[in-house]
Ligand binder design. Sequence first.
Ligand code: FE2
Ligand code: FE2
Length: 135
Amino acid sequence: MAFFEWSDKFSVHIKEIDEQHKKLVAMLDELYVAMEAGQGSDVLGKILMEMVDYAGTHFSYEENLMLQHDYPEYIKHRAEHDVFVAKVSDLLQRYEKNPNVLSVETGIFLKKWLTNHIMGSDQLYAPWLNEKGIY
Ligand SMILES: [Fe+2]
Ligand SMILES: [Fe+2]
């Protein structure tokens, strides 16, 4: 059973970004499935690292588009990405010292942040970019 599934309400009407968000949602689901199955923290650590890596790629993609098209809230949006990356990097560092740090709270934090961001701040740039012909 999937914990998270893509829904059209997540769409920013930009094909490539929707695909990236779908992949992030799928990775989050994989993390939850592994947690639910009681997988060892080595498995969770590996999934989390892949997710963080992919999130970084995705954030750069969004930031470049926003910069190219003079999105007025770029600085604010980028700051949200930076806070997330810093928080997860800290989590990964703590995980390296103590693998048991990856708890249910970790999953809840990731789920909340990603869904709030995709359905909140990412929705805000969508009309701006759509208007510039980015779909
Ligand atoms: Fe995004
Ligand atoms: Fe974003």
